[in-house]
Design a protein around this ligand. Structure first.
Ligand code: URA
Length: 241
């Protein structure tokens, strides 16, 4: 990511942009060790170093909020000891470090948020804040209404009862059913384990929404930055100011 030198300096707390422009014109600013006096100079945030009066600048980290449409076959992690592709590999051009909010399984697709805002990330995944996560699951076979009621009410898994869930059958094919599942917990492989508990295997799983955010038409493998309005909405949902 590139940024104009005076904007970067202002963000790093040197002073107003006007003041930063004066410093540049006076020859007091170096980029990668060389004095720069050109006001339009752009710097690459991932690698350039900036000094003012020979003191290096460390800008406050910008907060980033990213929505990714994760493909299956990527792990939700920043690094992987087995060298498998991670969701971070899909964020070409993002120069600040971000980390995934919660996780989607290797074989799950769909909406994944990534940010460097630790408090928001913590609250979005904490059951206390009851943030809704909506999934579309295709399961092998046709679960009956009676079986689905058990998922709606809560079902015993090896790590305890699940909270009530919203479950709606969207359509059925000859051998499978496509089911919309909304939960607000975030346990490991929860949706897959819920269906397993009533005797059904999940064939594909996709997360389509988190709180009021949905995937809309974001293509699989692509990402976008959230708008300020969307970030405000998430903040309100988890009672952050
Ligand atoms: N539930 C699952 O089973 N897997 C996911 O990736 C997310 C929710």
């Amino acid at each position: 990511m590139e940024e104009r030198l005076q904007k970067f300096m202002a963000r790093a707390g040197v002073g107003s942009r006007r003041h930063c422009e004066e410093l540049i014109k006076e020859g007091r600013v170096k980029v990668n060790g060389k004095i720069v006096t050109e006001l339009g100079t752009k710097i690459d945030l991932s690698k350039d170093t900036v000094e003012v009066d020979d003191k290096p600048l460390r800008p406050r980290e910008e907060r980033l909020y990213i929505a990714l449409n994760k493909p299956a076959g990527f792990i939700t992690s920043v690094t992987d000891k087995y060298g498998r592709p991670t969701v971070i590999d899909l964020l070409g051009g993002v120069s600040y470090r971000v980390f995934p909010v919660g996780r989607l399984d290797f074989d799950t697709e769909g909406l994944l948020l990534l940010t460097n805002d630790g408090e928001l990330a913590f609250r979005l995944t904490h059951p206390r804040y009851k943030v809704k996560k909506e999934y579309i699951a295709e399961v092998e076979g046709h679960p009956s209404d009676r079986e689905l009621v058990n998922l709606r009410k809560g079902i015993m898994l090896e790590d305890g009862m699940t909270a009530p869930a919203k479950i709606k059958v969207l359509r059925q094919t000859r051998s499978s059913a496509v089911i919309d599942v909304t939960i607000h917990e975030e346990r490991k492989r929860q949706v897959r384990r819920m269906f397993q508990a009533i005797g059904y295997r999940v064939i594909t799983l996709k997360r389509v929404a988190i709180d009021g955010l949905d995937l809309e038409d974001l293509p699989v493998g692509n990402f976008r930055h959230l708008t300020n309005k969307e970030v405000d909405m998430l903040y309100k949902s988890v009672r952050l100011r």
